[in-house]
Design a protein around this ligand. Structure first.
Ligand code: IMP
Ligand code: MG
Length: 193
């Protein structure tokens, strides 16, 4: 297998139906928990855009949306340990109930950084909804408030998630199977700072 293999050769971890069902449940929880408020959903580009689009359409209360873009990984899968904002929020979050929307919570570096940066703008509350949680890889002690699926330590693509900017268009979440392949893909386990 190499990075240009057909996308459909990769094994499925979570199929589209399962994802859709779980997102409806998450949206119901969010609609209930924020029922007297208007949550401000902030999607983290680019990985979260597909999840965000499905999640908001199942939310039954008023909500507003914004996006920010960050860079936490380069073109491969080796974490630089560095996170920077490459597209900032369009509107102020002061006094808002901010719900960050992420594709995946991995080491926790990104969320930890965003908690610090966004927290400094005085939101009324700041929570996280993530589709996937690779809990076993956590380096920093952060937890998501809404989790779609806890998954094992495999590199996943599809449903918005990429490898080298590709595979985002897949309907299912798929994974890159063997450790040897991960080596070929340049993946190494990020070291704690
Ligand atoms: P963290 O800062 O280590 O928690 O990493 C979060 C970000 O790393 C995610 O938003 C993804 O962009 C990226 N990431 C982590 N694991 C994967 C994966 O298995 N596939 C694709 N992207 C991943
Ligand atoms: Mg991301």
């Amino acid at each position: 297998m190499n990075p240009s293999s057909a996308a459909n050769d990769l094994p499925i971890l979570l199929d589209a139906d399962r994802i859709a069902n779980r997102i409806r449940e998450m949206a119901a929880d969010i609609s209930r928990d924020y029922r007297d408020r208007t949550p401000h959903l902030v999607g983290v580009l680019k990985g979260a855009w597909v999840f965000m689009a499905d999640l908001v359409r199942s939310i039954s209360i008023h909500c507003t949306v914004d996006f920010l873009s960050i860079q936490s990984y380069g073109s491969g899968t080796v974490s630089s340990g560095e996170v920077k904002i490459t597209k900032d929020l369009d509107v102020s979050i002061e006094g808002r109930d901010v719900l960050l929307v992420e594709d995946i919570l991995d080491t926790g570096r990104t969320y930890s950084y965003l908690q610090e940066i966004l927290g400094a703008h005085d939101p009324a509350s700041l929570k996280l909804a993530t589709l996937l949680d690779k809990h076993s890889r956590r380096i920093l002690p952060v937890e998501a408030d809404y989790v779609g699926f806890e998954i094992p330590d495999v590199f996943v693509v599809g449903y918005g998630l990429d490898f080298d900017q590709k595979y985002r268009n897949l309907n299912d979440v798929r994974y890159i199977p063997q450790p040897q392949t991960l080596f070929l893909f340049g993946k190494e386990t990020p070291k704690p700072e």
